[in-house]
Design a binder for this molecule. Structure first.
Ligand SMILES: Nc1ncnc2c1ncn2[C@@H]1O[C@H](COP(=O)(O)OP(=O)(O)OP(=O)(O)O)[C@@H](O)[C@H]1O
Ligand SMILES: [Mg+2]
Length: 319
């Protein structure tokens, strides 16, 4: 009985919330479409600059299915569409990032497994995504599933990816603007290798009830990494994903995350979008699959924001 009346009370309270985004004197859909058109126009004339250095992002969250891979590949493609040269390192045995970038990754393909376990140079396994000459991928294959165990007995087991990335960046004739490392949903040795290799941590957070759960464990691990393995790693970016503006819950989660991390959360929020979820089944990012869709526009805006945030801070640090 109580539960039922409680539910009614909540709904009623929601209807009367003065700050509710839906008003009755215009239709939300019409407003959304007009807004999207204006945002596309702004993107078409956007002015971006590259710092000339290589920014290495580790995209991690040990929670499964929060949008790590989706964010990695779409942000990478959006950055590439702005003229950046981007390498995606697929560090997940599921190989979803390789799939979304249209890069073959069957068991015989030279892959990040060979780099981590057999000391292959990164240059030997990198493939170009058919989507763009600026978009590169170090694919993962099913062999990577065994790497978590095999790494345990390796020398410098936490640093193998970092050494490979540093060697590659020092020797490649073509400058890279970004490296994005897509992590598996765990805090095992693969993710630790990604933490040791990265400069910036990007955490995608799904706008749902348990969003912040597990985050303190993640940040605790990052503090350990900073202390013992990689002092340069810092949480620079939080991206809110799969946002459904029609639900009060998504807004509450977004507000809560922003209250905790006012400087790290991007203004751009990635909406829940069918186009975004369809794209990988065509071996494409949403930027190639439907670049004018709401999801693609959001990832393109996020890319501009990521670029601009760097230019705001680059003079303070490593000039
Ligand atoms: N903005 C979005 N709109 C709709 N669907 C989305 C969106 N972002 C991600 N998805 C879908 O949610 C699912 C999980 O996303 P994704 O694979 O990127 O998460 P993940 O964190 O990489 O998962 P895992 O932990 O398994 O590696 C996928 O089916 C993806 O297509
Ligand atoms: Mg993934």
């Amino acid at each position: 009985m109580n539960e039922v009346s409680g539910a009614f009370h909540v709904e009623h309270a929601e209807d009367r919330t003065p700050a509710a985004s839906v008003t009755f004197d215009d239709t939300p859909l019409a407003r959304e479409l007009a807004d999207l058109t204006a945002r596309r126009r702004r993107l078409d004339t956007v002015d971006v600059r590259f710092s000339g250095k290589t920014r290495v992002f580790t995209v991690a969250n040990q929670k499964g299915g929060v949008g790590k891979t989706t964010t990695t590949v779409n942000l990478a493609a959006a950055l590439a569409s702005l003229g950046a040269r981007v390498l995606v390192i697929d560090l997940d045995p599921q190989g979803n990032a390789s799939t979304a970038l249209g890069v073959p990754h069957d068991a015989d393909t030279p892959s990040i497994y060979d780099v981590l376990i057999d000391d292959f140079p990164l240059a030997d396994i990198i493939q170009k995504s058919p989507e763009s000459d600026n978009l590169l991928c170090a694919p993962s294959t099913i062999h990577l599933a065994g790497a978590e165990i095999e790494l345990v007995s390796q020398v410098a087991r936490e640093h193998r990816l970092r050494t490979a990335v540093d060697d590659f960046l020092a020797t490649t004739p073509e400058h890279l603007d970004f490296v994005l490392i897509d992590c598996p949903p765990s805090l095992g040795l693969l993710t630790i290798n990604a933490f040791a290799a990265g400069q910036e941590l990007l955490i995608p957070i799904q706008c749902e009830y348990y969003a912040l759960e597990g985050l303190s464990q993640l940040l605790g691990t990052v503090r350990m990494i900073q202390k013992h393995l990689n002092p340069r790693l810092h949480l620079s970016t939080i991206m809110l994903t799969m946002y459904d503006g029609r639900t009060r819950l998504a807004q509450q989660v977004a507000d809560e995350v922003r209250a905790h991390f006012p400087n790290e959360v991007l203004k751009t929020v990635i909406p829940r979008s069918v186009r975004v979820s369809e794209a990988p089944s065509f071996g494409q990012t949403v930027i190639a699959y439907d670049g004018q869709s709401a999801g693609a526009v959001a990832y393109r805006e996020a890319a501009v924001e990521v670029l601009r945030r760097d230019s705001n801070t680059q003079h303070e640090g490593d000039a």
